[in-house]
Design a protein around this ligand. Structure first.
Ligand code: MG
Length: 271
């Protein structure tokens, strides 16, 4: 009985080997065989490749977000949580902010200013002049749904730190004689903690602080509100020489300002 099974198994194995040899002779060489072979190196390598693939994918995703190619998203991809955390707390985010602020300062310094007090620079507040990184670090860097109650508490505490590179730009603009206008998506009932936070963060002077009226019901976009407030500035005789924000919805919609500058923000999307 046992011998018959062994003979049967042997016959089956020989048959498989013959079939495999025939298939191997017929089949073309897999094009990615060398890549697959070279990259295989056990479970550690596999995990490393997975991390590298996620990192590459997340870097592409971030580029898509920053260029406004990716729109209407509600949370960062789950696999990018670690990537976004590393980016926000690492050198790259600060370097990216420094490039935006440096280019903005160079542009402002090269302007031929009338010096009549009519030239203004529009800043968004959240994640532009102030950083909400403490809030987002507590809520998964944009991987978890927006928590309006917790965020309102965060605003009320008035403890948001400045983005240092933007604070430096702010001081340069004031020294050039350019006035600063803040246009924020924060509500008008949040004026007091917002003023307190701006001052404690180092923003001591501004021409206007425009907060969103609580009575204002927005559709799916803040663009009509923000562009409408910029239009009011133009109508009042101001010239918007620059406009800086972390969301494209801070920057698009006429009148945009003579030049716009995007502060990096891969944590959330406001349309
Ligand atoms: Mg913002």
């Amino acid at each position: 009985m046992a011998l018959r099974i062994h003979r049967g198994a042997l016959a089956a194995l020989l048959l498989l080997l013959v079939v495999h040899a025939i298939d191997a002779a017929r089949a073309p060489e897999p094009r990615l065989e060398m890549v697959t072979t070279a990259a295989s190196g056990g479970a550690g390598h596999t995990a490393g490749r997975a991390r590298a693939a996620a990192s590459t994918g997340c870097a592409s995703w971030r580029l898509g977000v920053e260029t406004n190619n990716i729109r209407g998203w509600y949370s960062i991809p789950a696999e990018c949580r670690g990537y976004v955390s590393d980016y926000m707390f690492g050198d790259q985010f600060r370097q990216d902010c420094a490039v935006a602020a440096r280019e903005a300062a160079a542009y402002a310094e090269a302007l031929e200013l009338a010096g009549d007090g009519s030239e203004v620079w529009v800043f968004d507040i959240d994640d532009t002049v102030l950083t909400n990184l403490p809030y987002y670090a507590d809520t998964g860097f944009g991987a978890e749904p927006y928590n309006a109650t917790y965020f309102d508490e965060y605003v009320a505490n008035a403890t948001a730190p400045p983005l240092p590179e933007v604070l430096e730009l702010y001081e340069k603009l004031l020294a050039l004689g350019i006035k600063v206008v803040f246009i924020t998506g924060r509500h008008d009932y949040q004026r007091e903690p917002t003023v307190k936070n701006l001052r404690s963060a180092g923003y001591h002077t501004w021409e206007k602080l425009v907060l969103k009226p609580s009575s204002l019901t927005l559709g799916s976009s803040v663009v009509p509100y923000k562009s409408g407030e910029r239009q009011k500035l133009v109508d009042a005789g101001y010239r918007i020489v620059g406009n800086m924000g972390d969301q494209w919805s801070d920057l698009v919609g006429a009148p945009e300002g003579d030049r716009t500058f995007k502060v990096p923000d891969p944590m959330y999307y406001v349309g």
